[in-house]
Structure formats: structure tokens, C-alpha cells
Write a protein that binds this ligand. Structure first.
Ligand SMILES: [Cu+2]
Length: 150
């Protein structure tokens, strides 16, 4: 008998705890603690788990730089966009949309040094230092591009 009563009590706490999670932001930490204790003995639905993760996730650290990925299409014998302005840490992905082989090759230095890119092949590069990076296609001297990293 005593066991049954306890079980009912636990159930009631669970449902009221769910309700409080939705309504009370301030009470959330206490409720979460109770919830975790209950979770040890009981399997809960995934919905509650995801609620917990949302509530427990610490705020993002503002100093982490946001990495952006840029796409450059190689089409009709040119890089599109041919001039791209990005930030340090950003990623550029070149995709060859032509049926001819192209490359992404630095004019000077070795920052950009793609293999031969056939149709639909990609070349990806992360720029970790600022500067102006001019590049060309080793097969077609008219094809020129520039990445400006600030
Ligand atoms: Cu080319």
C-alpha cells in the first residue's frame, strides 16, 4: 500500500513539474534537479529530454568567431564571384560547373593549390590569415580570381 501511494505521488510531481517547466523560468533549475532525480528511476519521453537540454545549455561564449562558408562557382570559364571579401577563419568552396577541367591556383605562394577539378568537383580552403589572395586556373590564363581576407 505504502509503495503504491508513493508511486502516485511521484507521478503527480512529474506532471506538475512539466507544467512548471513551461511556465516558470525562475523555478526551472529546481524543477530540473527534481526531474533528474526522477529520471534515474523512470524512463522519460524524448520531449522532456530536449526541454532539459535547452534549459541546461549555457549561453554561447561571445568570443568564438562565427565561421562563414562561401561558395564560388566555376562556370563559363570564370570564377563567380571573381572577387570575394571574407573574414579570417572563413571557408571558401569552389565548385566546377563546367565540363572542362579547371583549377584554383595561387598566383604567388601556395595558399591555394587545388588538384585538377573536373565537372562537379569541389575544392575547399579555410583562410586563416588576412591578406589578398590572387589566383588563376592553370589551364586557362584568362580565368582570374581574388579572395580578400580581412
Ligand atoms: Cu580553367
Amino acid at each position: 500500500m505504502a509503495k503504491k501511494a508513493k508511486k502516485q505521488e511521484v507521478r503527480q510531481e512529474t506532471s506538475s513539474g512539466k507544467w512548471i517547466i513551461i511556465v516558470g523560468v525562475i523555478v526551472i533549475l529546481v524543477i530540473t534537479a527534481i526531474f533528474f532525480l526522477q529520471r534515474d528511476t523512470k524512463t522519460n519521453s524524448e520531449q522532456n529530454d530536449s526541454n532539459d537540454l535547452t534549459n541546461l545549455t549555457p549561453p554561447p561564449i561571445p568570443n568564438i568567431p562565427v565561421k562563414t562558408t562561401y561558395n564560388v562557382d566555376i562556370k563559363d570559364m570564370s570564377y563567380n564571384a571573381s572577387v570575394l571579401r571574407i573574414k579570417v577563419g572563413d571557408v571558401v568552396i569552389w565548385t566546377n560547373r563546367d565540363n572542362v577541367t579547371h583549377s584554383v591556383t595561387s598566383d604567388t605562394g601556395s595558399e591555394l593549390n587545388s588538384p585538377q577539378l573536373s565537372y562537379q568537383h569541389i575544392y575547399q580552403h579555410t583562410f586563416s590569415r588576412n591578406g589578398t589572395y590572387d589566383y588563376h586556373c592553370i589551364f586557362h590564363s584568362s580565368m582570374r580570381g581574388r579572395i580578400i581576407v580581412v
